[in-house]
Design a protein around this ligand. Structure first.
Ligand code: GSH
Length: 391
């Protein structure tokens, strides 16, 4: 990087060098032509050095990257187990969500960022079913609260089992696994985890990733629960996946669309995430100022990567309209009919993560989202899913 900066400054340095030569008092012609000759040679030498350094740096970097990725090729297709912990990690709980309707017997701790769309999705799911859980607010700069975990993202849901504390990684897998358990308590969390293996694979940039198999699938074992149709199951799965593959990618380019919007967004994150309470001032300063500028720049790349329209708001409205149209075609208030299903909870959770941003206000003003969104808010805030929990 520093080599690149130095090289990019080279023409400027050259100009000031020229300027020194030109302002030197002329002694005589032969001195000046000798000086010109020597300066030409210096420039040629400097250019050759510059080009060589550039070529060597680029070659070095690509050799380094290919060595790095070839080091992980042997993992391709292999399963990575995230074993249960013997002890609960010693991290302070930020707050406790206590639901009087909770008869599940589950002991849950959610490691999260308050405004991460994937974390909002999990919280909405837990709240709808009226489950109690502890929240650990993870510091996004140092992430020391999840230093015990080889999986470095949030959300992570830690569940107490017979043999210890089983971490569940990935929002969609968490929701599928806990749902499968809630629908049939005889399926224990520690058994269900085997149906969602994490498989190592390399992406198109040769970077090692873990893909969680079956993360949109609920494990019904013997037969579908009462009133559940196969068509309903397939639609629910399709829209949950759409929420992760499409809707979520419209958010960043919209909430960080301009530098002003990026600052508004980060200030709202700080407010609802209670950053003042949880993180030191210096870190909050970095998170807001560096975060806003960085995300504003990154969001331009994300816009291209996900092929969003020139006016990114339009892509967000398109996705919302597509969702509302699909609900209308199914004929109920929700995608799940008269009660929300997991796709409703996923879309609501993802949109909740931008509730305080200008983009969300624009969505309310330019689409018909409000009726469905308000109905969802009521269902989640009153924990109406707790009625369907079996004992
Ligand atoms: N597929 C994952 C995605 C989780 C994810 O990307 N989380 C982000 C926060 S929104 C994260 O933790 N990124 C790593 C980091 O912040 O360092 C899920 O659905 O849970």
């Amino acid at each position: 990087m520093s080599v690149l900066i130095k090289l990019s400054k080279f023409p400027q340095n050259l100009n000031s060098f020229k300027h020194i030569i030109q302002t030197c008092p002329r002694r005589n012609e032969s001195f000046s032509s000798a000086a010109r000759e020597s300066s030409r040679r210096t420039i040629l030498k400097a250019s050759l050095i510059g080009v060589s350094v550039g070529v060597l740096t680029t070659a070095g970097y690509s050799i380094y990257s290919s060595i790095q990725s070839s080091k992980t090729y042997h993992l391709e297709g292999k399963e990575q187990k995230f074993e249960a912990l013997k002890e609960k990690p010693q991290v302070p709980v930020s707050r406790k969500i206590i639901s009087p309707t909770d008869t599940s017997g589950l002991k849950l701790t959610l490691f999260q960022y308050q405004t991460c769309p994937f974390c909002c999705k999990v919280r909405v799911f837990l709240d709808y079913y009226g489950l109690s859980y502890d929240v650990v607010e993870v510091d996004p700069v140092l992430r020391k609260e999840i230093s015990w975990s080889p999986y470095r993202k949030v959300p992570i849901l830690l569940t107490k089992t017979k043999s210890g504390y089983q971490p569940l990684n990935d929002s969609s897998m968490i929701i599928s696994l806990v749902s499968s358990h809630l629908k049939d308590k005889s399926q224990k969390i520690e058994e269900l985890i085997d149906y969602y293996p994490s498989i190592a694979m390399h992406d198109k940039n040769d970077k090692l990733k873990y893909e969680i198999m079956n993360k949109y699938y609920l494990m019904y074992m013997e037969s579908l629960p009462e009133k559940t149709t196969i068509d309903g199951v397939m639609e629910e799965r399709k829209w949950r996946q759409w929420a992760d593959d499409s809707l979520v990618h419209t958010l960043s380019p919209n909430v960080y669309r301009t530098l002003d919007e990026a600052y508004n967004t980060f200030n709202w994150f700080s407010q609802v995430g209670k950053w003042e309470e949880y993180f030191p001032t210096w870190e909050r300063f970095i998170m807001i100022n560096v975060g806003a500028v960085a995300m504003w720049m990154i969001s331009k790349r994300l816009k291209k990567r996900h092929s969003l329209k020139e006016d990114v708001r339009q892509s967000l409205y398109d996705d919302i309209n597509k969702w509302l149209k699909a609900i209308k075609q199914r004929g109920g208030t929700f995608m799940g009919g008269e009660t929300p299903n997991l796709a409703d909870l996923a879309v609501y959770g993802i949109l909740k993560s931008i509730e305080g941003c200008n983009a969300f206000q624009d969505v309310l003003n330019n689409t018909k989202l409000d009726a469905w969104y308000s109905a969802m808010m009521k269902e989640v805030d009153t924990h109406s899913g707790s009625r369907y929990l079996v004992n």
